[in-house]
Structures are given as structure tokens and as C-alpha cells.
Design a protein around this ligand. Structure first.
Ligand code: AMP
Length: 435
């Protein structure tokens, strides 16, 4: 038996009937991001594994459990492809910051506003809304000019407005602040003191998190850990006066933009690089994987990766989750074809192929059946493709150097000249009809 292949677990094909929804999302997102002054950047889908480990944190779940690393057939001249050296990108921020530093963006502009769109990869256990290859729309604002609470508000409102442009309205925005790197240290100590008496009741993973990075306990999905965490009182006394003031300004700016948010002291986000504002947008109708997107400030990441001392903030939205949230929407109508050419014999087929190529170059979306078959079956195909007009070409038409043009909506037919193989009149008519 010959093996029949399937799409790898946790990935999926985006079939032609669904591709329009994707294109619609991508177009709308690009338009909005451009209006806010963000420019698209495309980085490779794999990077050095160490880049992700150094930026997301060696102890983060993504780096510890979900990295998909490349393995090569070790040839002597391809040592850089050795197992563990390179990994598929699990997120976009690390790559964008790598590129920012490598291309000295800081020497060119005070504030770099960049966005990306593309696939990300994580070796997770697949379930509804959780894939091994998924797609994100993300934006980052990096540079000395990024140190402003208004930019935090811009990034959050951009995220909210992109979701609204997709017709989503039933989502919740949660925000919190982690404060500066120093505040985060004291937050970590306070959290550790509060959890310590119950550490033995935590799950195995959280007992390790307690030692390595206590914040991650707040993200644990285990019910008993959630119960313990729920009872931990988190006050904002770990924040410096400066950090408090910064957060007040962010909230004020959001209120002035009429953006509703819920303050959530338990929201810390699982990655090491976050400082100050963090946020998450979720839609409860999605079940356990309810996050549509998330983001936050990461003021120390650029220096941590040996770049200049500049601040930064960003977000990422998951396209598959957006589609799940939108799945109650009717599918957009499939694109229609302007014209379909029906050829009734070999000689007509030859000419029909020339006409097809001529009108296509003129901008008429069109097609034909490339093999001869009955008029009835060709008309059926034209109908299936949603053709607005049908061009009929047979012995009769050829002898009179014309085609029969049928309007499929009205049923009206007319003859159009193709004298001396001049197809201009035909393509002009079609363009007028379908403009
Ligand atoms: P994160 O970097 O984990 O905060 O991811 C940002 C967004 O990407 C999430 O809010 C989800 O919408 C989406 N996302 C993350 N991981 C996955 C996954 N495994 N499958 C599908 N979407 C995901």
C-alpha cells in the first residue's frame, strides 16, 4: 500500500473557499496599521534558538516545552543547521527586535513603528483554538520615542480597533502594570512570600515556577493552582511612584479614547521581557483558549539583546482565534467571474484561447473549459463559476468573424465582432459591463 499523507497534526490547509476571509482580515489589518503609521516588516520564519531563549526567557513555557527546532542531515558545511541551533519562530517580537538592532533602526529614526503578519510555530498539544502552526498580526513600536504612556494607549487602541474592524465587539480588554524592572523584582518577592505557605499544594510545574519565575504561577490553568492564586491578595505597593504615575496616564488616555478596560492585578503574561503595561484581549465564547491577542511594554529587551537603550511596546493578535470568534458571521460571497468562454469545436477552441488571454490582459476575470464538451455542460460550468457573461464561439460565429455574448443576468444575447482577430470591442464591452 502506498502511504497517503495528511496535513501535520496541529496545522491546517487554508482552502480556496476560506481564503477570502483571510485576505479580508489581512487587508483590513494592513489598512489600519498604515493609518497609524506602522510599516510592514518580514523576517525569516526561523531564527537562532538562543534568540528566543534570551528574549522570552529560558524558563518560559514556550522555550521549555514548545520550541520546534530544526534538524539537519549534518553536512560539514552546514554546521549552523545543527539540531538545536535554529528554531521555527514561536512569536514575532524577538525577530523584530533582532532585526531592529541588526539594521540599526535607532540611527535612522527616533521611533520605529513596525508590523508583521505571518505564521508562528509552537509544539503544543493541539486542541480547538490551539495549533502548532498559527498566524499572527503583530505590531511593535521601538525607539527612544517609545517611552510615552500615549504609545501604550495607541498600541492598545490599535489592537481594539483592528478587532472591531473585523466585526468583533464581544471581547474584554484586561490591563495591568508590572512596573519597572526593579518594581518587578519586588513584585516577584512579594508574590513569593504570599504563595510560600501553600507551595506544596501547587502542581509540579508551579512548584518549579515558584523557584524559577513565580509570575508564571499566575498563568497556570490547573484548577487547584488557580484556587490558591485567586486568594492571593495583590496590592500595587511594589510599584514606584513613577510607575504608578505612568500607569495612571495610560488609563486616563484609554478612557479619553472611550476604550473600556478591566484592571486585572493577576495579569502578568508569561514572558520575561514584559515591564510596565501588559494587556490581554479575550472572548469568552471561545472556551478555554479565549485569548484573541495580547501585548505589553518591554523596555529592557533591546538592551538585553545587545542593542541600544531604547524602550518598546507591542502586541500580537491570533488570526485563527479571530476566525473562530467570527465563525457565526455569514461567509462572504465567493468571487464571481466576469466572463466564461464556450467553444464548440477544435477550431473555435484555438481562437477562444487567444480571446481568453486577450481579455484577461485587459483586466476581465475569465476562464474556459480547456477540453471540448457539450454546450450544455460548458454552460453548467459557467454557471457554477458564477460567470456574469458567456462568450459563445462555434463554427457559425467563426465563419462570420463574431462571437455571441450572453448576459447571464438578463439572458440577452448580442453578436460582437472579432473581425481580423480584433478583440478590443469585446473586451471594452465586458469591462464596461463589469466595472
Ligand atoms: P501569545 O504570544 O501567546 O500571547 O499569543 C498571542 C496570540 O496569538 C494569542 O492571544 C492567540 O490569539 C494566538 N495564539 C497563541 N498561541 C496560539 C496557538 N498555539 N494556536 C492558535 N493561536 C495562538
Amino acid at each position: 500500500m502506498v502511504k497517503r499523507f495528511s496535513v501535520p497534526r496541529g496545522t491546517c490547509d487554508i482552502l480556496p473557499e476560506n481564503v477570502m476571509v483571510w485576505q479580508d482580515i489581512e487587508t483590513k489589518a494592513r489598512q489600519i496599521l498604515h493609518t497609524y503609521g506602522y510599516k510592514e516588516i518580514r523576517t525569516p520564519i526561523f531564527e537562532e534558538t538562543e534568540l528566543f531563549a534570551r528574549s522570552m526567557g529560558q524558563t518560559s513555557d514556550v522555550v521549555q516545552k514548545q520550541m520546534l527546532s530544526l534538524q539537519s542531515q549534518k553536512k560539514s558545511d552546514e554546521q549552523d543547521l545543527d539540531a538545536g541551533g535554529l528554531s521555527l519562530r514561536p512569536e514575532g517580537t524577538a525577530s523584530i527586535v533582532r532585526s531592529y538592532i541588526e539594521n540599526s533602526f535607532d540611527k535612522k529614526e527616533n521611533l520605529s513603528k513596525l508590523f508583521y503578519l505571518g505564521p508562528m510555530f509552537r509544539g503544543e498539544r493541539p486542541q480547538k483554538g490551539r495549533l502548532r502552526q498559527f498566524h499572527q498580526i503583530g505590531a511593535e513600536a521601538i525607539g527612544p520615542g517609545s517611552a510615552s504612556p500615549y504609545l501604550d494607549a495607541e498600541i492598545i487602541s490599535l489592537c481594539v480597533n483592528i478587532l472591531k474592524s473585523f466585526g468583533l465587539n464581544n471581547f474584554k480588554l484586561k490591563i495591568n502594570t508590572l512596573g519597572s524592572a526593579q518594581d518587578k523584582e519586588s513584585f516577584s518577592k512579594k508574590l513569593r512570600d504570599a504563595i510560600k505557605p501553600q507551595v506544596t499544594a501547587l502542581c509540579e510545574d508551579c512548584r518549579q515556577r515558584f523557584e524559577r519565575n513565580v509570575f508564571r504561577i499566575l498563568d497556570c490553568k490547573n484548577e487547584s493552582c488557580k484556587n490558591i492564586i485567586r486568594k492571593v491578595n495583590i496590592s500595587d505597593d511594589y510599584l514606584s511612584a513613577e510607575s504608578k504615575e505612568y500607569y495612571v496616564l495610560v488609563k486616563e488616555a484609554l478612557k479619553n479614547l472611550n476604550i473600556e478596560f478591566i484592571e486585572s492585578p493577576h495579569l502578568v503574561r508569561g514572558l520575561d521581557y514584559y515591564t510596565h503595561t501588559v494587556f490581554e484581549i479575550s472572548d469568552s465564547s471561545l472556551g478555554s483558549q479565549d485569548a484573541l491577542g495580547a501585548g505589553g511594554r518591554y523596555n529592557n529587551l533591546v538592551t538585553q539583546l545587545d542593542g541600544p537603550e531604547v524602550d518598546a511596546i507591542g502586541f500580537a493578535l491570533g488570526i485563527e482565534r479571530i476566525l473562530l470568534a467570527k465563525s457565526k458571521d455569514p461567509m462572504p460571497a465567493p468571487r464571481k467571474l466576469d466572463a466564461f468562454i464556450v467553444a464548440l469545436d477544435e477550431k473555435s477552441l484555438k481562437e477562444a484561447f487567444q480571446i481568453l488571454n486577450f481579455i484577461r490582459l485587459a483586466g476581465v476575470s475569465s476562464d474556459m473549459s480547456f477540453k471540448l464538451s457539450s454546450m450544455k455542460s460548458q454552460m453548467r460550468l459557467a454557471d457554477k463559476l458564477g460567470a456574469q457573461s458567456v462568450i459563445i464561439l462555434g463554427e457559425n460565429e467563426l465563419s462570420r468573424e463574431c462571437v455571441t455574448l450572453k448576459n447571464m443576468q438578463t439572458g440577452n444575447q448580442e453578436e460582437v465582432s472579432i473581425n481580423n482577430k480584433d478583440y478590443n470591442q469585446l473586451s471594452k464591452l465586458l469591462l464596461e459591463r463589469h466595472s
